[in-house]
Structure formats: C-alpha cells, structure tokens
Design a protein around this ligand. Structure first.
Ligand SMILES: Nc1nc2c(c(=O)[nH]1)N[C@H]1C(S)=C(S)[C@@H](COP(=O)(O)O)O[C@H]1N2
Ligand SMILES: [Mo]
Length: 522
C-alpha cells in the first residue's frame, strides 16, 4: 500500500501536471483563435456572467478595480484543488481521473460556447486542452504505476537497496514529470506572449491620426482647476477608473471594425472606423460616473472625449418613435441600453474615438465607445461598441437583467478629496478642504461644508466648461485643536436642490448620502 503522503505527491503530479500542460496547449491554441478563447479567460468570463448580482456588487465594493485579479487568483486556486482531486482519484483508478477531466473541461466547453458573441472556433483551446490532459494523465499514470511501491516512497532510502529496474522506473517518472512541468510553463508563457504579439492593437492604435475637432472647441482649462484638491480637473487616462466584465482587454482592429445601426429605423446603416473619423468631430469635457460608486468613491472621472455626435447618425437612420431604447452591444456581447429620448434631447451624446487627445485606450473601449453626459456608464457608455439597435425597453440589457434600474440618470453627489481624514495640521493653520461635486447635464450651483454638525459654510466653486463635468470646490478652515472633527460636504444642483442626505447602497440606482470624514489637528 502506498503511504498517504505519497498518494498526495502522486496525486499532485497526476493532477496538476496534466492540468498545467492542458492550459499551456490551450494558450498556444488561443494564439491562433484569439486571446479571448484561452481556457482561463473563457472560464473566468463565464464565471463573471454567472456571478449573482449581489456577489458582483460585493466584489466591486470589496476589491474595486482589483476585482479581476482576485477572480483570476480564485480560478487558479479552484483549478489547483480540482486537479489535486482528479490526480488522487486517478491513483485509485485512471478512469476516475479521466471522468474528472471530462467534467472540468466540460465546463470550459460550455463557457466557450455559451457566450453572447460566440465564435465556434473559441471552443478549440479548451477542447484540445482537455484531450491533451487525458493523454498526459494516462501517460504519467502508467509511469507511476510502473514503479514498484517501494520506489514511490517520498524520501529515498539513504542506502538505496531497491532493484536497478525500480530505480530506472523512478528516474523515468521524475524525468517525465520534470519535462511536463517545463513544457507547461514554457507553453503558458510562450502562448501568452504569442497571443499578445498576434492580437495586440497597440500598433494599429499608434497609427491612428485623430482628425481635428471641428465643433466648438472647449475653452481653455484655466479656472477649472483650483490645484487644491491634489486631483486634477481632467483625469489622466492612466488614472481613469475602469469597470467592465472582461478579464482581458478586447483587442479590436480598427480596420475591420464596423458599427451597425439597425432595428426600428427607416434606413439601416453600417459605418467603418475611417468613415466615422471622416465625419465632423466634436470634443467635450465630460465626467463619467459608475453607478456602483460608493459615497466618497473614486469610480468617477473627467476626460476630454472626441467623437461624432450620436444624434446626427440617429437622425440619418431615422429612429422610429416607438423605439424608446437604443441597445448597444460590444464586440464581446455586452449589452447596454440607453433611453432614446435622452440621446436625442440635444446633449452631447457621442461615439467617442479619442480620450484626452489620444485614440481611446484599449481598456476604455478602443476603437469606439459611447459617452452620454448625465447617464451612468451602465446605461450609456458601451465600450468596444459594434452594434446599436433601436428597440423598446422590453428587451433587457445586461445590467438591467441584474436588477439595476432601466433609466440611469446620474445622481447629484459630492466628495472630499483633501484632506483624506486623520491627522491634519498645523493646529492654528489654514487648511484647504477641497473636492468635487457632480450632477452631469444638470450642473452644480453651490457646495457647502459642515464641521461637527455646525452651520453649513459656503465653499468656493471653480469654473466649469459646461454642466457636463464635475465641479471643483474649496473651503478654507482653520484647524482649531487636536480633537477629532467631522467634516461633511453637500452639493446643490443647478435648480438649487440639495443632495439627498440619506445614505444608501449603490444598488439599484446609485448612492445618495453625504461624504463625511474625521480629522484631528496635529
Ligand atoms: N463593453 C462594455 N462596456 C461597458 C462596460 C462593460 O462591462 N462592458 N461597463 C460599463 C460601466 S458599468 C461603466 S461605469 C463604464 C466605465 O467606463 P470606463 O471603464 O472607461 O471607466 O463603462 C461601461 N461600458
Ligand atoms: Mo458602472
């Protein structure tokens, strides 16, 4: 009988090695059919879509923009445990292990096929990986079983009295395992590098020359930025928050990209990237906010977006009066539904191609995304957009299926960016309390700051290019002492209505509540 410890070692070898090898083969296959078909990515993207909405919300709250790394780590952990179980089963009986692989790989096949924007070839990496896993498992199991039981003991005898043949069989197994591990590592790393080099759009993106914007160009940025909050008025692309359901950034070739506008329209339209760039371009400073943003949270940013006004395209296709929803779809099948009325009410809803003077970064939707001032991203800001369908709200978009409200107007909000709470000073010195307030397409008329439940003091407001961006504010306060003090902010919209003070969670329509911090002088 093989000792328990050796069963574990054997199980690890027979489980983890075939799994690793299968992943490597999958990555290599994915270098031919596309990085999105890599087994880990296919499974991860499926897990994201299968995740119940409350868990998804919890993950965004707990991990923020790190949620994807956490998910990947989780997938590797689950896979390792599953592989161990498969390996231990295979020690009992090879067929148990094979069945385990079939079950695990079956989920991968399901994940590859059951996606909105399916490409049958995407099933190839998981399928080939599964077959290879069975092969490697049977091969290693045969070598393992060829060793006499004494040879499978973990620690070799100081004086090796085993027969020469058993030593050979052990050496064969060790060599086979090492080779498998080495090839698996090389395959995974090499496959991924190959995918990047074959599919990266960085060269195509670098070659894009954005045409000059012809519409009214934004007034100079002076006056929008107090320079007091530590955060700039315009968020650099690298610091712009990112929220989506893709484990890897889609790489879309702008030369083959097309957008189809269809559904309840008079004249369907298909437009290429070159045709979009040839149209009159506008550029606008717009603040984009995520509905999942918590009170005081950072899932909001401001950028100079360049693109084509959507209303012009919509008028050309002639959207039917009954079509109350424009349903956008990304290349990967994400659906985002926006109210037609809002997109046609004269605001600068656009198909954006540029962000802060450069072509859209891939993670923000290259080559084209939608941006609509005044609506949360989940009902407006479809990245990697390829399709707009004029339809009715009877057709439910992704986030709405998860229970988020159908119309997602941004809620009036304000945030303290500095100080961030904790020690401030010096005592007796003047402290700039500063931050931003936003209510896109409505506008901010006032911001007030309250210290320790006292009177509400009027903050100073910076200029804004339009009502479509956040507005910086600053309030100067003399730090009185070393006692703890709470600082609270509230904004008023352009009609003079105050922010709703009652604190809520983001679900299902975005938070209300006042950002409050505690400081003490030092
Ligand atoms: N294709 C696609 N577009 C998407 C999303 C997505 O998951 N997939 N997320 C939306 C959400 S919820 C928000 S808040 C914004 C975020 O845009 P950003 O990542 O560029 O900041 O994109 C929107 N567009
Ligand atoms: Mo969002």
């Amino acid at each position: 009988m093989v000792p328990r410890a050796n069963r574990l070692v054997g199980g690890a070898m027979l489980g983890v090695l075939p799994a690793g090898f299968a992943i490597a083969v999958g990555e290599l296959c994915a270098a031919f059919v596309g990085p999105g078909a890599s087994p880990i990515i296919v499974v991860g993207n499926k897990v994201i879509l299968l995740t119940p909405e409350p868990v998804r919300r919890w993950a965004i709250r707990a991990f923020g923009v790190q949620d994807k790394h956490v998910l990947l780590a989780g997938i590797y952990a689950v896979l390792t445990v599953a592989a161990l179980v498969i390996g231990v089963l295979a020690l009992r009986l090879l067929w148990f292990g094979v069945l385990g692989i079939v079950a695990l790989d079956g989920f991968g096949v399901f994940a590859a096929l059951d996606v909105p924007a399916r490409d049958v070839l995407d099933v190839l990496p998981v399928l080939v990986g599964g077959v290879v896993a069975v092969g490697v498992l049977s091969w290693l199991a045969r070598l393992w079983n060829a060793m006499p039981e004494s040879a499978t003991s973990a620690a070799p005898d100081p004086v090796d009295r085993t027969a020469p043949s058993s030593r050979t069989s052990r050496r064969t197994f060790v060599q086979a395992s090492t080779a498998t591990a080495g090839l698996a590592t090389a395959g995974i790393l090499g496959g991924r590098a190959w995918q990047r080099s074959r599919y990266s759009v960085s060269a195509a993106r670098a070659a894009v020359v954005l045409p000059a914007a012809t519409g009214p160009v934004i007034a100079s940025g002076r006056g929008y930025d107090f320079g007091k909050s530590g955060l700039p008025f315009v968020t650099p692309n690298a610091d712009f928050y990112q929220i989506d359901t893709q484990l890897i950034t889609p790489q879309i070739n702008p030369h083959t990209w097309k957008l189809r506008i269809h559904g309840m329209v008079k004249r369907e339209m298909t437009i290429s990237y070159a045709e979009l760039l040839a149209r009159p371009q506008v550029e606008r400073l717009i603040s984009l906010a995520c509905v999942s943003n918590e009170i005081g949270g950072r899932l909001v940013g401001t950028a100079k977006f360049q693109g084509v006004l959507l209303a012009e395209l919509l008028r050309e296709v002639g959207v039917a009066d009954e079509a109350d929803q424009l349903l956008s779809t990304s290349r990967q099948g994400m659906t985002i539904g926006s109210p037609t009325k809002v997109l046609l009410d004269g605001r600068d809803a656009m198909l954006a191609v540029g962000m802060n003077g450069v072509p859209l970064p891939p993670e923000h939707g290259f080559p084209v995304r939608m941006v609509v001032p005044g609506l949360y991203g989940y009902v407006s800001a479809c990245k990697w957009i390829v399709d707009i369908k004029a339809t009715t709200f009877a057709e439910k978009a992704f986030w709405v299926q998860g229970g988020w409200t159908q119309l997602g107007p941004v809620k009036l909000a304000s945030r303290i960016d500095t100080p961030q709470g904790g020690p401030v000073g010096p005592i007796g010195g003047v402290l700039a309390i500063a931050g931003v307030a936003w209510d896109q397409h409505v506008g901010i008329s006032a911001v007030q700051v309250q210290i320790d439940e006292g009177v509400w003091n009027r903050a100073q407001l910076a200029a804004v290019p339009s009502t479509d961006t956040w507005r910086q504010w600053v309030y100067l306060w003399t730090v009185p002492d070393a006692d703890p003090h709470t600082i609270r902010v509230r904004a008023f919209d352009a009609r003079g209505r105050p922010q709703v003070a009652k604190a809520t969670i983001p679900y299902p329509s975005g938070v209300t509540g006042l950002h409050t911090i505690t400081v003490y002088g030092r």
